[in-house]
Design a protein around this ligand. Structure first.
Ligand SMILES: O=C(O)COP(=O)(O)O
Ligand SMILES: [Mg+2]
Length: 223
């Protein structure tokens, strides 16, 4: 039987051409998947919800690295942005920027954490995060200033509660350290070839294909 899947966005279903374009072949695989598809991302909530809508699948979403979960038509917000926002304010007061320019669409709809451009200086960010009991997660696309208790893996457990499933039934695919917690709870896990060291070390298998090519190949072999 085809397993349910939990799939990351950036670096995993994107084409790897330097843009954030999703590969149309990944769209087709997800649309045709005969079991539940959970989109698990560091992006703000509206992005994966819209992705599900445009792919044409039921919205099963883990957003903001687990801070917000949507399953069975119910939204659960498990995170609280007040700590991350305070820490981000202190970072800015120290003379640094979040790095997205004047129109910050990365944080505009973000409810439980704060994301910074990877051009922002990391050492002072980590120092301030520690003062607030927060952590900085580097996805390869952004730094996420977040509560360490929140994770995509805990999000998958919440999705499973709503669906009457267990994380062990799921196959997980991802590319970076924010996918490690998913890999830890899923029954089987794959890192695409472009994955960072943390994701490669945590995955059951590292795929030969990079970006969406790796994901599409493993999905077509599992289906
Ligand atoms: O938002 C990010 O930084 C990365 O997003 P992802 O979890 O979909 O790869
Ligand atoms: Mg990713």
């Amino acid at each position: 039987m085809t397993p349910p899947i939990v799939v990351d966005i950036d670096g995993t279903i994107t084409r790897g051409d330097g843009s954030s374009a999703v590969d149309h072949r990944a769209f087709e695989e997800l649309r045709a998947w005969p079991a539940p598809v959970v989109i698990a991302t560091g992006k703000a909530f509206p992005y994966p919800v819209a992705l599900c809508q445009f792919v044409g699948i039921e919205p099963l979403v883990i957003a903001e690295n687990g801070g917000i979960v949507l399953a069975g038509g119910e939204v659960r917000v498990t995170g609280d942005a007040s700590g991350p926002r305070e820490a981000a304010r202190e970072y800015r007061e120290a003379g640094y920027e979040l790095g997205w320019g004047e129109t910050d669409l990365v944080n505009r709809w973000r409810e439980t954490e704060v994301a910074l451009s990877r051009e922002s200086p990391l050492a002072p960010l980590e120092e301030i995060a520690a003062e607030y009991g927060l952590e900085v997660v580097d996805t390869g696309y952004a730094y996420h200033l977040k509560d360490p208790a929140i994770s995509k893996g805990a999000g998958l457990e919440a999705v499973c509660d709503a669906l009457g499933r267990t994380p062990e039934e799921f196959v997980a695919i991802g590319d970076s350290e924010n996918d490690v917690s998913t890999f830890e709870v899923a029954g089987r896990s794959f890192a695409v070839a472009n994955a960072d060291g943390a994701a490669r070390a945590a995955a059951d298998e590292v795929l030969e294909g990079r970006y969406s090519a790796g994901t599409v190949s493993v999905l077509s072999s599992l289906r």
